[in-house]
Design a protein around this ligand. Structure first.
Ligand code: ADQ
Length: 458
């Protein structure tokens, strides 16, 4: 069996706090053997390409330190100030700076130089996400002929939006050096094809092979999932039960609505708060019957737009609480912390409504975790944004337009009054999907497709 070389910006094998994806990639590396390569997260005064190898829970990791300028231009710059906002349809927040594009290219060349000698002839190479778009091309330039796959964890933007990026065509051309590109949804895949066809004169065959500029790449929609069984088991664990009791007690008989997100402008948190406020004003009789628990640990705090969203949310939560709270009730409990996964599972289970309303999201695994954590006899209701990749699969959720406070308010009303048989019916179908297309299915599907690629011949 071929070894797997996984390449991603950050490497997170082992450790209790790792997310579902990291667990799955670690499992694949344990099974196939191989190496997980990426940035260490640390800074060095001069880039030397020195690799730090570690063996973590049966997985070999190989990491490099980057110079301050690389971190500023590649990670904080192009990845998080340019590509992330643009790919989440926020060109108003995207910063286009040549120095960022250059730093991004330089860091990717450095990654390619460093990982190149680790790749053996029979290895499958799997590059992850938007930090690493040019890596495949750089590896080809260095003589790598192995199958190289790429998976994009975020949306692919519509052609007209992508065209605002000065390096758009170059970026897409670079992707043609991969053998396989995976997206979470058909919609993101379609947007990619649209750009390749309209701007690069490419053609796409019935079976999803794009031919453009003399190169061929297979495209698949391969939605990521969670380890549903493990998550359901977590929800029944001692720690989850304790958390469940604690959270339920603190709600003193009120219905708990939960939101769990990284603090990011793509997650639609302001719109969510406004939709909830709308619900409180439209349904005064429901006031004091509900409480919204929003858990949002800060991320990417060095980027201004993240500082702005953080203070905007604090202001908004304060204003809504000030306007509506009573002596013994505050409508929004806003928590800026991360929690271990078993506690999170307990929180999901204690909440009768899961409110997942990103303005754009590649997939959104929180929606799937919420479903997996429910009590099958008395499940909660999930309200899900139409603009999350997860909506393509989770059609039994209450789907809403997250920009519309009225739709959020209506969905809250519908969720609160939904009869138990309907809740069970919807949940069973959702849970079936979450179990069928779980994280191991995703992994298997992508690596199988990659394995079917014959080694390219120069
Ligand atoms: P994210 O944008 O980080 O991921 P998401 O898919 O929801 O979004 O995953 C977040 C993970 O972090 C979940 O496993 C969740 O449990 C965890 N998490 C969030 N808040 C937490 C908290 N307060 N405490 C503890 N854990 C918390 C990117 C893309 C998504 C895509 C994934 C996977 O933006 O669209 O689904 O990658 O491809």
């Amino acid at each position: 069996m071929s070894r797997l070389i996984v390449i991603s910006n950050r490497v997170s094998a082992g450790g209790g706090a790792q997310g579902g994806l990291a667990v799955a990639l670690s499992a694949a590396l344990r099974e196939h053997g191989g190496i997980w390569f990426g940035w260490s997260g640390n800074e060095t005064s001069e880039f030397t390409g020195h690799i730090n190898f570690q063996r973590v829970d049966g997985v070999t990791t190989a990491t490099v330190d980057l110079e301050e300028q690389d971190i500023d231009e590649y990670y904080n710059g192009y990845a998080n100030r340019t590509l992330w906002p643009l790919f989440h349809y926020r060109i108003d927040l995207a910063e286009y700076e040549r120095s960022y594009a250059e730093g991004y290219q330089r860091a990717n060349e450095r990654f390619a130089d460093t990982v190149r000698p680790l790749i053996e002839p029979d290895d499958l190479v799997w590059v992850q996400d938007y930090h690493m778009f040019p890596l495949g091309k750089e590896l080809r330039r260095r003589g790598i002929t192995n199958p190289i796959g790429f998976f994009l964890h975020i949306p692919w933007p519509p052609r007209r939006l992508l065209a605002t990026l000065p390096e758009a065509s170059q970026l897409v051309e670079g992707l043609l050096d991969y053998d396989l590109i995976g997206f979470h949804t058909k919609e993101w895949l379609q947007s990619f094809c649209d750009y390749a066809q309209e701007e690069l004169g490419g053609t796409v065959s019935q079976d999803g092979v794009l031919t453009a500029l003399g190169r061929r790449v297979r495209l698949i929609a391969c939605p990521a999932g969670i380890d549903a069984k493990e998550f359901a088991a977590l929800a029944a664990s001692q720690k989850a039960r304790e958390t469940f009791e604690r959270v339920r007690e603190s709600a003193v008989g009120r219905t708990l609505i939960v939101g769990v997100d990284r603090l990011d402008y793509s997650k639609g948190l302001e719109e969510r708060f406004l939709g909830y406020e709308r619900f409180l004003t439209e349904h005064p009789e429901e006031r004091k019957e509900v409480v919204l628990l929003q858990i949002a640990p800060p991320s990417r705090g060095t980027v201004d737009s993240y500082q702005r969203i953080r203070s905007a949310l604090e202001g908004l939560a304060g204003r809504i609480n000030g306007a509506h709270a009573g002596l013994d009730w505050v409508p929004i409990r806003y928590v800026n912390q991360g929690y271990p996964r078993d506690m999170l599972a307990g929180v999901y289970r204690a909440s009768k409504i899961g409110l997942v309303t990103p303005l754009r999201d590649g997939m959104n695994l929180v929606a799937k975790e919420y479903v997996a954590a429910q009590d099958p006899d008395d499940p909660g209701v999930i309200i899900l944004s139409r603009f999350a990749g997860a909506a393509e699969q989770m059609t039994d959720a209450l789907l809403v337009n997250p920009h519309s406070a009225e739709e959020i308010s209506d969905a809250l009303r519908q969720a609160l009054s939904m009869p138990r048989p309907e809740r069970i019916r919807r949940w069973e179908r959702l849970m079936h999907g979450v179990e069928q297309n779980d994280i191991m299915w995703w992994l298997q599907r992508f690596t199988d497709a990659l394995r079917q690629i014959p080694a390219s011949v120069d």
